[in-house]
Ligand binder design. Structure first.
Ligand code: GLU
Length: 419
């Protein structure tokens, strides 16, 4: 494998290694570590797509299936020009731990295609989405592997994929994909679930620390679905958003930013940098601004050993997957900046995906209140368990989230006779 200190797969294995060294159930039996340190299967596909010009273009895609001891592989599909095999492997590993820490009966998987979807027309995007399913449908399904949205993939894309899968297997199979539109077997509450789950986790952890969201200042990196929804939910709870960025740059105003105006800008396909009353920043500079809570909600490897010492926030809530490298984690720990890790902080998305699959199986759909109540209950239980263990053993939230998850994964593997 290519040596790169910010290689996502290496970061994921380092995190698991660290947790394994702390948890005697793993430390004393290295076979267990060996079994979870690799995905079970990685499939690489070449997807030929007829472009609007009439020419064919071949896209590369991956599916990594990490572990299914607790249930079918589960995880999103990423469409991004920087997708690579190592990243998809890492993301699938994080999914296994994410599903286990919130205690839903699913394993970990991930899809990725190397493509900048902004360069495709709507028809090309549909043909690519359907082509991807044709290459991979034999390896997925409601009982084997259930994909969902991730960076740059939408409910519409999930509907096309579910339709293609249903045609290929010859029966309506809404449970084959989650994050679908309501018209095609989606769940109420799935669209905002990642951000909503992040809010519930943050609220619970602050409450256990004797603090509250009201009055806190917030900086966000990323203003796509999860980041922007998070900003809106934070304002509803009387926090003040003072910094935000998107792929074109960032803005900061130490007093406040008007999130309603920011949402308008994004809905009109503009950048947060088109907002008037704020200092303009480079995209990553927002991470280093003074605020109470910093929320990275973009891609991985954003806080590294190069900028970790410059972080001024009190708490970091990882709404993105893998935004902090293990080297940066150490610096943040020394500087007493608590990190609420991705596998807990952004698990609301997959939690409601799980609820969506349950509703698809029953062919009976819940009201929004019911989805919210279930999300709140399960994710705050997970947050409380991680917080309490951290208090007892005085290490990072990340290590304890991994240990809580690891124990559940190993129990399933042991009971099934795998280890
Ligand atoms: N892409 C999301 C994640 O990384 C959601 C996955 C899902 O719903 O299966 O957690």
């Amino acid at each position: 494998m290519q040596q790169n200190i910010h290689d996502a797969f290496e970061n994921a294995t380092k995190q698991i290694r660290q947790a394994c060294d702390l948890y005697e159930g793993c430390r004393l039996d290295q076979n267990k570590y060996e079994v979870i340190a690799q995905p079970r299967r990685i499939i690489e596909v070449a997807i030929p797509v007829r472009m609007d010009s009439g020419n064919m273009k071949v896209f590369t895609g991956y599916r990594s299936q990490h572990n299914d001891a607790r249930g079918p592989f589960k995880g999103g599909i990423r469409f991004h020009q920087d997708v690579n095999k190592s990243e998809v492997k890492a993301l699938s590993m994080w999914m296994t731990f994410k599903c286990a820490v919130i205690d839903i009966p699913l394993g970990g998987g991930k899809w990725g295609i190397i493509v900048n979807p902004k360069e495709l027309s709507e028809w090309e995007l549909e043909r690519l989405s359907r082509g991807y399913v044709r290459e991979l449908y034999k390896y997925i399904g409601p009982e084997t592997d259930v994909p969902a949205p991730d960076v740059n993939t939408t409910p519409q894309i999930m509907a096309w994929m579910m339709d293609e899968y249903s045609r290929l297997v010859g029966k309506y199979s809404p449970g084959s994909f989650t994050g679908k539109p309501l018209s095609s077997g989606g769940s109420k509450g799935r669209g905002q679930a990642t951000a909503q789950g992040g809010v519930y986790v943050l609220q619970k952890i602050l409450e256990l620390r004797g603090e509250e969201i009201n009055g806190k200042t917030i900086c966000l990196q990323g203003a796509w679905n999860a980041g922007l929804t998070m900003a809106e939910l934070m304002v509803d709870l009387w926090a003040t958003v003072i910094g935000i960025s998107d792929s074109r740059g960032g803005i900061y105003n130490e007093k406040w930013l008007d999130v309603v105006k920011l949402s308008e800008l994004k809905k009109n396909k503009k950048s947060v940098t088109d907002y008037d009353d704020a200092d303009k920043l480079w995209e990553k500079e927002v991470l280093e601004k003074k605020c109470d809570i910093l929320i990275p909600a973009a891609l991985e490897n954003q806080i590294t050993e190069d900028n970790a010492a410059d972080i001024q926030a009190g708490i970091i809530l990882e709404l993105a997957n893998g935004p902090i490298t293990p080297e940066a984690d150490k610096i943040l720990e020394t500087n007493k900046i608590d990190v609420i890790p991705d596998i807990l902080a952004n698990a609301g998305g997959v939690m409601v995906s799980y609820f969506e699959g349950v509703q698809n199986d029953m062919n009976f759909y819940w009201e929004e209140d019911e989805v919210q109540d279930k999300l709140l209950k399960k994710i705050t239980e997970a947050a409380a368990a991680v917080h309490e263990t951290k208090q007892e053993y005085k290490t990072s939230y990340r290590s304890w989230a991994y240990i809580v998850a690891m124990k559940r994964i190993f129990d399933a593997m042991k009971d099934r006779g795998e280890v």
